[in-house]
Design a protein around this ligand. Structure first.
Ligand code: SAH
Length: 345
């Protein structure tokens, strides 16, 4: 079976060419063609005949297919349902800001974390995505924009906040990041990529060694271990206290900070005492808090607090001088907001 071209980072691809006694200049040509120009057709120009034959014989250039596209009428968010080769499906969301976009990528089919507030968790884990399936979500969404919103094909940020726990699929996610970062291809900056985690310590430890420049978002959701156990079952194995110790050791650049995500659930974790304790544990850190009002999904038993409660929560955090943003809900009319992705419906 042919190997997917989109599973290899730049140096992997160069190595394959060299090992086969071919000129490795084809690597930058192909990376430029597929990741910078994002051409659909296979690159044939300027490549020596022997390399071209080798590439055509050994590499597959197919990508996940777009099954369904849902466009929000409220805010230009776009949700894609992709069909994978084995007929599994995953979702990807384009989140608009001005005429640019952030893309929210999935890293697994379903998720093993089983968080009580998340629609994806209800699916269970089916399998990890390959690097090419993650890179493919980006390329296909870009092409969709080029075709349907010409001039707007500007995806400036990549967030691994779709379906799955990215640090539970570390190798494939790391390789996808290397492809996005490569100067020969998409050339996306370190600070433009964010990986969000529920606090999976084995992945966090590798992170700090292997891809520290990429931004980290930690789904915190409660500063109290008991409550966090209820929300995020892996907290029993990897308690917040230990997670924060590992996160604190991640080397940060001058302008870099860790994002702490906090879902606000009515009458569960939205009181001034919760905010106070959250402020206390994050005080003095290079932290940025994203408050995410809970997004309901079919059969969810939690509710979103009212605006007053949300504002009060934010005000407490501001006393601790921690920059805090209330994340606006985008795309909720097409179930594209945080925690609403579930490709099994
Ligand atoms: N597994 C990773 C990334 C996926 S979820 C993680 O846990 O971080 C991306 C963000 O959406 C996380 O902060 C997650 O907690 C949040 N989220 C999940 N379900 C939600 C819901 N129903 N409402 C609001 N945010 C939700």
């Amino acid at each position: 079976m042919k190997q997917s071209f989109y599973d290899l980072n730049f140096s992997d691809f160069e190595t394959v060419l060299r090992q086969n006694d071919l000129n490795d200049s084809a690597a930058s040509l192909l990376f430029n063609w597929h990741y910078k120009k994002k051409e659909k057709a296979q690159c044939t120009t300027n490549i020596a005949k022997d390399s071209l034959v080798f590439i055509q014989d050994n590499f597959d250039f197919s990508l996940p297919e777009i099954d369904t596209v849902q466009e929000s009428t409220k805010d230009r968010s776009v949700k894609f349902l992709f069909r994978l080769k084995d007929d599994h499906k995953v979702e990807t969301v384009l989140i608009p800001f001005q005429k640019k976009y952030s893309i929210c990528l999935s890293s697994q089919v379903g998720c093993a974390m089983n968080c009580s507030f998340c629609f994806t968790g209800k699916q269970g884990l089916k399998r990890n995505l390959t690097t090419s399936e993650m890179v493919g979500q980006f390329l296909q969404a870009w092409r969709w924009l080029a075709q349907n919103r010409p001039g707007e094909e500007r995806i400036l940020n990549i967030v691994f906040m779709g379906q799955g726990e990215p640090l539970h699929n570390f190798d494939a996610v790391k390789k996808a990041c290397e492809i996005f970062l490569s100067q020969h291809g998409a050339s996306i900056g370190f600070q433009k990529i964010t990986i969000s985690t529920a606090g999976y310590i084995p992945g966090l430890k590798r992170w700090s060694q292997e891809i520290p420049g990429v931004n980290l978002a930690l789904s915190l959701h409660s500063p109290f271990e008991e409550k966090r156990n209820e929300l995020i079952p892996i907290n029993k194995k990897y308690p917040l206290d230990e997670v924060l110790k590992v996160v604190d050791q991640i080397p940060l650049g001058k302008k870099q900070f860790i994002t702490y995500e906090y879902i606000l659930i009515k009458d569960f974790n939205d009181s001034p005492e919760d905010a106070e304790k959250l402020g206390m544990i994050l005080f003095g850190k290079s932290a940025y808090i994203n408050l995410i009002p809970f997004n309901p999904f079919p059969d969810s038993h939690y509710q979103c607090p009212g605006l007053d409660t949300i504002e009060q929560f934010k005000a407490v955090l501001e006393r601790f001088k921690i920059p805090t943003l209330i994340r606006g809900t985008k795309g909720d009319d097409v179930l594209a907001a945080c925690g609403q992705l579930n490709s099994k419906q």
